[in-house]
Ligand binder design. Structure first.
Ligand SMILES: NC(=O)c1ccc[n+]([C@@H]2O[C@H](COP(=O)([O-])OP(=O)(O)OC[C@H]3O[C@@H](n4cnc5c(N)ncnc54)[C@H](OP(=O)(O)O)[C@@H]3O)[C@@H](O)[C@H]2O)c1
Length: 296
């Protein structure tokens, strides 16, 4: 295990990452564009690096958690030679190409690189209940596994460094889909003509109806996944042709009540496309075969 660590980025997430290492007794060096955010960490024993080079050279293991790829790129490029011999674990959200680009940059300087995705919010990381996904060379991952395991349950997905970003974005897409449905469902309930919005108890709707319903549907996605793995989409109970008019009714009701139908219109297009291509008798798992960017 590394005894010292440098954490780049002290936003909401980076602050918690640095705190975790500091509490575990690591000699912790931090760097942040706005150095004042390090005040409490420094009071608790962290060292504040005033330059990127100083931050990189302070430790063999470097954890990076900045806003986006551009921020990482401009930061790291301030001190490229200082990457030599360092292992960089980049936990910044980005695309697979961002991870590949950063990996190539670090390796070209004689460093080693792992990319990760944090599946949790800062309080979850602080409580040790988040999980993190990683990709990059297995031997590099294994050399830092015990250290990064302190941030949450780690899972190495693949040696190809872009994999973790792809899976991170896929998981976030699932989450934003849930939030999209949540916002649209609550908006519909609050749009009832003749009812004052403040008389509609959203918590009651969510707790007693939406969450139980979505919990069942959450389980149903496992059945859909099995259908996709088996390449068998036949449905005995929920055919695409049955769902198309139901979705159209959601669109009509939304419009009638002054709610944007756009969230549901996006998936409606896929249902119609799959049906037009002759797959109307299948279950909605069939839609994965029609989600091609060219047609949508
Ligand atoms: N917060 C979450 O719930 C969460 C969960 C999972 C993953 N993540 C990911 O973790 C990363 C950090 O998130 P966060 O919540 O800590 O974000 P944040 O609170 O907005 O902090 C952003 C960090 O990036 C730095 N930064 C922004 N632009 C920069 C630039 N051009 N050059 C150098 N530094 C720059 C900021 O520095 P300053 O302090 O100087 O502004 C700050 O340290 C993101 O990629 C995010 O997607 C976050």
């Amino acid at each position: 295990m590394a005894k010292s660590i440098s954490v780049f980025g002290l936003g909401a997430m980076g602050l918690v990452l640095a705190e975790v290492f500091l509490k575990k007794g690591y000699k912790t060096t931090v760097w942040n564009r706005s150095p004042e955010k390090a005040k409490d960490l420094v009071a608790n024993g962290a060292h504040l690096a005033t330059t990127v080079a100083e931050g990189l050279e302070a430790s063999d293991l470097i954890v990076v958690c900045l806003l986006n790829h551009e921020a990482v790129n401009t930061t790291i490029k301030q001190a490229l030679p200082s990457l030599k011999g360092r292992t960089v674990v980049n936990l910044t959200n980005g695309t697979s190409d961002h991870a590949r680009e950063m990996s190539a940059l670090v390796i070209a300087q004689g460093g080693r690189y792992i990319h990760g995705g944090i599946m949790g919010v800062p309080p979850m990381v602080a409580a040790g209940v988040a999980f993190l996904i990683y990709s990059g060379p297995l031997e590099v991952y294994q050399s830092v596994e015990q250290d990064i395991a302190l941030l949450g349950t780690p899972r190495h997905l693949d040696a190809e460094v872009g994999t973790a970003s792809l899976y991170d974005l896929a998981l976030l897409s699932g989450m934003y889909g849930l939030f999209t449905g949540f916002i649209h469902a609550v908006s519909l309930v609050r749009s009832q003509p003749g009812k004052d919005k403040k008389d509609i108890n959203v918590s009651e709707f969510v707790n007693t109806l939406l969450v139980p319903w979505l919990s069942h549907m959450n389980e149903y996605t496992k059945i859909l996944a099995d259908q996709i793995d088996a390449d068998d989409y036949s449905s005995k109970s929920a055919r695409i042709v049955m769902q198309i008019p139901a979705i159209d009714n959601i669109v009509q009701q939304s419009k009638a009540n002054g709610i944007s139908p756009e969230p549901i219109a996006a998936i409606q297009k896929l249902f119609i496309l799959a049906n037009d291509r002759g797959f109307g008798n299948d279950d909605l798992s069939q839609l994965v075969n029609h989600n091609d960017a060219k047609e949508n």
